[in-house]
Structure formats: C-alpha cells, structure tokens
Write a protein that binds this ligand. Structure first.
Ligand code: MG
Length: 288
C-alpha cells in the first residue's frame, strides 16, 4: 500500500497512490490536513483501512503534499551512517568528531515544521544566514505501532513503512552552533514524499538510494551498507523514550554530499535535487 497526501479542489486529502504512481484514491479520513498521520494512528489502534471517499484521480491534476506535512514532532535523524559518507567527512571540519569506534549512532533532531512536499521549492535562506546549503538523500522509516525499549529483534514489527526525505543542511550553521538542529531545520529544509510505502511492500533494509543535482548523479548507495541498520536505529531511538505512530527516523545520507567535494559544491538558486529510492519513487525540488 502506498499512502499519499494531496490537495485538490481547495481541500486536503489523504489516500492511496496506485502502484504505477499515476492515480490517487481518497480515503475517508477525518482531519486530512494532517496527511497520513491520523490514518497511521488509526491503523496502529487496530482499526480497519477507511473506505474510499471519492473517485480516483490522475496525479497530474492534484498537488502532492508531504505524506506527513506536519509530523507529530521532530524527525529523528541518523548522522554519518554510511561508511563512504563517513570517509568523505573525515577530510572536513567534522574530522575531529568522528567516533573512534562504531559503538553508537549519531542521532539528532530536525524540526518537523520544515517539512515540505515532494515537488515543492526549497527556499535558500540568503547569504546573511548561510552560504553552505547541502543536500542529503535519505530513506526515512515511519513508525507504525509505538513502543519504548524496543529490542532490535522486534524492531521491524514497529515499522509502518518508508518514505524519502532530503535532509537539507546549512553546513555553516550546523558547525557553528555545536548542535546540528538549527542548520538542519531552516524553513522548507525537509522535502518529503512522494508517498509512504508500507513495510509489507518494501523492505527498507535492502533498497537503493540515489540523488542527482541538475541531472548529475551525486549519491548512489544501498541501505544494506548502513553502519547502523534500521532495527538498531529503532532500538537506539526508543531506549527510555516512547516512539509513537507516525514518528519518522531518517536513516542517514550516502556519500556524495556537496561538502564532500574539494572544493565543496554548495547548492545555488535554480539547482534541482532529485532523490530516488527503489520501491518508493522520487522527489524533486528546486532551490530558490
Ligand atoms: Mg542526514
């Protein structure tokens, strides 16, 4: 099942996206402005999938929103979670904060208010705020059944599905403030979508993640190569902390970010970043 959220006829809708990605069918969900969140909460309570609430529509006539336009709270994000990405950062300002051993993942928060739709524009904040805007192509896990102290061995039972996020980052802010949250959370810095693919249709532990800037393939990795896999991330994020239905865990960026080039290749007005994940689809966002 593919869950999408869209605007049509001046209203918000949530429903299913066809396997081909070309048609949406609205479901009878109250409070569709919250996207897939009320649906995920209802399914987690054991309620059945709501019935269709309108005709199928081609995606061309609707405006896709992020499937979780306002997540329940901040997104949990893993940092430096592919070896090749860790290696490219070892030549940057982050070299001194590299962990000696891979004992624990880096986890930070990205404010949920910066989520935008899969094809929305990302607003560059202006040079007075940041001159080092970067992209990160990531698989994001959406939690279904909540829980606390979830062991690795049971973690996949708590996955509702998967979506794509661009963990857009202002590198200068990320570094300047010690904590990463500001540099990760500027307005519009989290394109998400185009849908959530449920875990019965996709195993996020084994899929390919690619990212292009203006058609140039920059990132190409496989989630099998995550340093901390999805069960470990769920176990880590739920230690003494309750995860709720609809919580999002972004699994980290592959190598090939702008910061990894010498000289760095920051995003400029007019640049278009496309992220594709096998089994989910693609998001594409213009920076302006
Ligand atoms: Mg990231």
């Amino acid at each position: 099942m593919r869950i999408a959220s869209w605007q049509w006829g001046g209203r918000d809708h949530v429903g299913t996206l066809s396997a081909c990605g070309r048609e949406v069918t609205p479901l009878a969900v109250a409070d569709a402005a919250r996207g897939a969140l009320p649906l995920i909460e209802a399914l987690a309570r054991g309620e059945p999938l709501p019935s269709a609430a309108g005709p199928r529509l081609p995606t061309e006539v609707v405006t896709l929103r992020a499937p979780l336009p306002r997540p329940l709270r901040s997104l949990f994000c893993a940092g430096r979670n592919y070896r090749a990405h860790a290696a490219e950062l070892a030549t940057t300002v982050f070299r001194d904060s590299l962990p000696k051993e891979d004992l624990w993942p880096i986890v930070f928060a990205k404010l949920g208010e910066c989520v935008v739709g899969p094809f929305d524009a990302v607003r560059l904040p202006g040079s007075a705020v940041s001159t080092q805007i970067d992209y990160e192509s990531e698989l994001a896990v959406v939690i279904g059944r909540g829980g606390r102290d979830i062991p690795r061995s049971r973690a996949m039972e708590h996955v509702f599905g998967y979506t794509i996020v661009n963990d857009v980052t202002a590198r200068d802010l990320q570094v300047r403030h010690m904590q990463w949250d500001l540099g990760k959370s500027l307005d519009t810095f989290c394109p998400m979508g185009p849908c959530i693919v449920s875990a019965d249709e996709l195993d996020g532990r084994s899929t390919r993640v690619r990212g292009w800037v203006n058609g140039d393939l920059r990132q190409d990795a496989h989630t099998r190569d995550l340093i901390f896999d999805i069960p470990t991330l769920i176990e880590t994020c739920s230690r003494g902390l309750t995860l709720y239905p609809g919580d999002v865990i972004a699994t980290g960026s592959p190598a090939g970010v702008g910061m990894g080039f010498n000289p760095p290749r920051w995003l400029n007005p007019g640049d278009v970043v496309r992220i594709e994940i096998d089994g989910i689809g693609a998001i594409e966002n213009r920076f302006q």
